[in-house]
Write a protein that binds this ligand. Structure first.
Ligand code: ZN
Length: 274
């Protein structure tokens, strides 16, 4: 059964090919149930994560990379308390540098006082246009935040905070169906960063996350205030590929009817079922 999607309004269900688009009711709090933890495995409350993200303008306080973990400047075992004034948002690379003793407490205090994006605000991960336009496959979605869900599970969500800063929720599985990386509101929740490369080119808001060994990539880039997303990922051991030309699930192209469309205020861009 097939039907043409409306190009305006707020459609709640679309059928095309054997792919069913339907709403998924998941609150922000449910989405962030994978709380970020510090290096002792202690849960960092979402409210503290948000405060720390905001104070460093949504990027690593040292280098500006927008994927974050949260560290205690004075080690937790010395103060036994989760104090935001003693904590700082760092990218995974600088987080582990500090954890291994390669970054001093004083350098982190300096970074907390003057985080990278405070000194270089144009480097932050943001899109300032009124509408948020995201291109996947050959389809343009405007103000649609849930980008890709499979079997009612959100794999990619992109929202904005404070009107412009980009926030990513991304779940990455390997081909054995193990969840190996979770990004929740830009917090890197995955237990092990080993094997992952994260690159950020601030001029193009180009974020590239890849695990070459496991053939998994997530890439986002801005061109003329619009975002383009390319991914190679898995769900339920099915490969999912999103390029500028097509979206495919297990080797078959999906969303063909949506190609070359501009769709506004949808509930979800692509919802597929395996
Ligand atoms: Zn960093």
């Amino acid at each position: 059964m097939q039907s043409k999607p409306h190009k305006t309004g707020y459609p709640s269900i679309i059928l095309y090919a054997n792919i069913v688009l339907k709403p998924l009711h998941m609150s922000r709090e449910e989405k962030t149930s994978h709380f970020s933890t510090d290096y002792l495995g202690k849960t960092i409350p979402v409210q503290i994560q948000r405060q720390l993200r905001k104070e460093c303008f949504y990027g690593c306080a040292v280098c500006g990379v927008p994927l974050l973990k949260y560290a205690h400047i004075v080690p937790y075992n010395r103060i036994q308390a989760l104090l935001p004034e003693n904590m700082i948002a760092l990218c995974p690379q600088h987080y582990y540098k500090y954890d291994s003793g390669d970054l001093s407490e004083s350098s982190l205090r300096e970074a907390k006082k003057d985080p990278h994006h405070k000194l270089q605000p144009q480097d932050a991960f943001f899109v300032e246009s009124q509408d948020l336009t995201i291109n996947i496959g050959k389809c343009k979605f405007i103000n649609t935040h849930r980008i890709l869900a499979v079997d009612d599970f959100d794999l990619i969500t992109v929202t904005r905070e404070n009107g412009k800063y980009l926030l990513l929720d991304v779940n990455l599985f390997d081909r054995m169906n193990s969840l190996i990386a979770t990004i929740s509101e830009n917090s890197w929740v995955a237990g092990n960063i080993a094997g992952w490369c994260i690159d950020y080119v601030p001029q193009k808001k180009h974020l590239n996350i890849r695990n070459v060994q496991r053939n998994i990539t997530f890439e986002m880039i801005m061109e003329n205030t619009e975002l383009y997303i390319d991914v190679m990922m898995y769900y339920n051991s099915y490969p999912i590929s999103v390029t500028r030309n097509e979206i495919s699930l297990n080797g078959s192209e999906i969303g063909i009817e949506l190609k070359n469309s501009v769709l506004k205020n949808y509930d979800i861009c692509i919802a597929a079922y395996t």
